[in-house]
Design a protein around this ligand. Structure first.
Ligand code: AMP
Ligand code: MN
Ligand code: MN
Ligand code: MN
Length: 285
């Protein structure tokens, strides 16, 4: 692409994972927000991409096929976004299917725990809520709120679903190098999602960035939903510069009831950085 689009949102979720809106509804919001570039990046699935793409056809919003992959690195969970991927890539699909299997196994264990702490019929209700999507902690959080065991999603995570809490079950996802390899095999670019959201010291963060670059990772979310303050953007911008990474931008939109993550609501990327979309179309699926 030669002309840099002025408004991009390259991280969002639909009902294909833990978002509230169907892919086509999300596409309508992306178009209404006047986005030049919009990516759907559901957790460990590409199931929503075709419907989202179809809905944007003929509009000025260019659709970017994406995914957000659950990774375990140094015993920590990380999220790696793949952008501009070919969803027909067999290696990518095999990898995502493997992760959804891990999700199913974890969900079964979470269901037993949550039923024991007073969330009745939790399995069937979570399945109904997910409507065919792989279960995420978000689905369980919604049930906890529905049953007044928590006042909101934040409290549901804090009280029940975070590491160390009664409903938490650890899972070993896939390795960082595998996630990057599948994204590259699908012709896409690998992006570290919400880099300031991981609880780690500054030196561990540096180690993550070095490992990611060494393994061929491409970009870093510099402007993202959870870290939109100028100081956070500045911190991430300096990581990108220091490690020679491209910059991405994404709201991590899940739910219209959370207006602070509205699609397309983020400040623009610092102009000194090279945007990740400058490399779209260069991969070889
Ligand atoms: P999972 O991948 O199933 O472990 O679930 C992770 C998802 O939970 C994230 O993608 C977020 O959508 C959601 N999440 C994590 N922490 C919180 C929180 N404190 N408040 C609301 N949602 C959260
Ligand atoms: Mn999520
Ligand atoms: Mn994430
Ligand atoms: Mn996300």
């Amino acid at each position: 692409m030669s002309d840099a689009p002025f408004c991009a949102d390259l991280h969002s979720h639909s009902t294909a994972s833990d978002g509230r809106l169907a892919p086509a509804e999300l596409a309508d919001r992306a178009m209404a927000a006047g986005l030049d570039l919009w990516a759907l990046t559901d957790h460990d699935t590409t199931a929503g991409l075709a419907a989202a793409h179809k809905q944007t056809q003929g509009s000025t919003t260019r659709f970017v096929p994406g995914v957000e992959i659950s990774v375990t690195w140094q015993r920590r969970t990380l999220h790696i976004v793949g952008l501009d991927i070919d969803p027909d890539c067999a290696e990518l699909q095999a990898g995502l299917s493997h992760i959804r299997g891990l999700r199913d196994a974890r969900a079964q264990r979470m269901i037993s725990k949550l039923e024991r702490i007073g969330l009745p019929d939790c399995g069937a209700r979570a399945e109904a809520l997910a409507a065919g999507a792989a279960l995420t902690r978000t689905h369980f959080a919604r049930l906890l709120v529905e049953d007044h065991l928590a006042v909101d999603m934040r409290q549901a995570f804090k009280r029940y679903l975070k590491p160390g809490k009664a409903g938490y079950v650890a899972s070993e996802w896939v390795a960082l190098d595998e996630a990057i390899r599948w994204i590259h095999q699908a012709g896409g670019l690998a992006v570290i999602a919400h880099p300031l959201r991981y609880r780690m010291t500054a030196s561990w963060r540096q180690r993550l960035l070095s490992d990611f670059v060494e393994l061929g990772g491409d970009a870093l979310e510099v402007c993202c939903g959870p870290s939109r303050q100028p100081a956070d953007i500045q911190t991430c911008a300096s990581y990108a510069t220091q490690h020679g990474l491209l910059a991405s931008i994404g709201s991590d939109f899940h739910d219209p009831d959370q207006p602070w993550t509205r699609l397309g609501s983020l400040p623009p990327l610092p102009t000194a950085l090279k945007p990740v979309w400058s490399q779209f179309g260069t991969g070889t699926p």
